[in-house]
Ligand binder design. Sequence first.
Ligand code: PRP
Length: 177
Amino acid sequence: MNNTTLETLISEAEVQRRVSEIGEEIRKDIPEGQIVLLGVLKGSFPFLADLCRKVSGDVVVDFVQISSYGEEKSSSGVVQIKKDHDINIEGKHVIIVEDIVDTGLTLKHLIQLLTTRHPASLKVASILAKPEAMKHKVPIDYLGFEIPNAFVVGYGLDYAERYRQLPYVAILKEEDS
Ligand code: PRP
C-alpha cells in the first residue's frame, strides 16, 4: 500500500502575501474601469476568491471550464470549452486567473479564443508556473511563484480531486510501506 506525504513548498503566509501584491499590481496597471477576473475551473477557485478581494474598485468575476485532451491524442483542437463565460467581455479589461501554467497548452488556446471576442485588454494571472514543463510560450503577466517540475497539490491543485482546499502549496510524495 502507498502512503502519501505532503511537503510544504509555499506556505499560506507566502501565498497570501503574493496574492495581495498581485491584486495591487493589477489595479495599478488598470487604474480606471471594470476588471473582469475570469477563473479557469476548477483549480483557480481559491486564488480567484483571494485575488478578487485584493483588487480595489469595480471588479466582476466569471468562470470558464476547459477540457484538455493532451497533445498525444490530437494535433489540433486539443482543448474544448466545457463551460463558457456568461459576461460579455467585448471592450472589457479581462484577467484570466489560473492556479498553474504547466505546458501552457490550456492558456494558449484560451488566449486565442478570448482574443476573438475583442476585450479591451487581456492578461494572465497564475499563482504557479512550471518553467521546465512549459512547451507553449505563453505570457504570464502576474505570476505568483515559479516551481520545480514536481507533483504539487493545494491552493486549488488536486490529486484525484483531493487537497484543493489546502491553504498552502505542497509536493505530494508517495512512499511504499
Ligand atoms: C490544470 C490547471 C490549468 C491546466 C494547466 O487544470 O488548472 O488549467 O491544467 O496545464 P497546461 O498548462 O499543461 O495546459 P486541470 O485540467 O488539471 O483541471 P482542474 O483545474 O479542474 O483540476
